[in-house]
Design a protein around this ligand. Structure first.
Ligand code: HEM
Length: 160
């Protein structure tokens, strides 16, 4: 019996091309910026609480790694978006990309601010970290929708 959900997924190819044995590299990489954006906010809150410069330095490293690993993940995501027709054709993919690029701008600004002025953490750095948390939620949620609602990146078996 035909399954309408599987039929919609298979109408245009949505399987990942930037993948290891069919598993999308983008999905493997995004865990790093997500965790590091949250960690940056954690460092700022500990810095506020303790005034220990250690947390200022930790926030500088967390935001820097969040930015560069986010860029790496975004390159893999952008390659999928441009190369795979079934991904390119879905509005949801572009909504996710816009949220992700906005996120990367915020994360880059957060790192750049700290690089030039370590005292920027309170209050500006903390506020940028909070904005980063909002956008990591938005970008991550929309990325999840691509997989769970639109079946993007799945290896669909003809037996299913
Ligand atoms: C321009 C940048 C980006 C583009 C074009 C993009 C594109 C995509 C695509 C096509 C997918 C479907 C899975 C796949 O085929 O790999 C996806 C999934 C996802 N993306 Fe992105 N992405 C970008 C950046 C980001 C960033 C920075 C994050 C971090 C918050 C992120 C979080 C996610 C998540 C959480 C998923 C679901 C993965 C899963 O559930 O396994 N994306 N993205």
């Amino acid at each position: 019996m035909s399954n309408p959900v599987i039929e919609d997924v298979t109408r245009h190819a949505t399987s990942s091309l930037v993948a290891v044995a069919g598993h999308p590299i983008h999905a493997m990489l995004v865990t790093f910026p997500i965790a590091l954006v949250v960690s940056t906010l954690g460092c700022d809150l500990f810095y506020w609480w303790t005034a220990d410069p250690f947390w200022g330095r930790a926030g500088l490293y967390a935001s820097g790694f969040a930015f560069w690993l986010g860029i790496l993940a975004s390159l893999a995501g952008t390659a999928e978006l441009l190369l795979v027709k079934g991904i390119r054709k879905r509005v949801a993919s572009w909504i996710h990309a816009i949220a992700a690029i906005t996120l990367m701008s915020i994360v880059g600004a957060n790192w750049g601010l700290r690089l030039h002025d370590p005292d920027v953490v309170l209050p500006l750095g903390l506020m940028v970290s909070l904005l980063g948390l909002v956008f990591v939620g938005l970008a991550g949620w929309h990325g999840g929708k691509l997989v769970f609602d639109h079946g993007i990146g799945l290896m669909v078996s003809s037996d299913d």
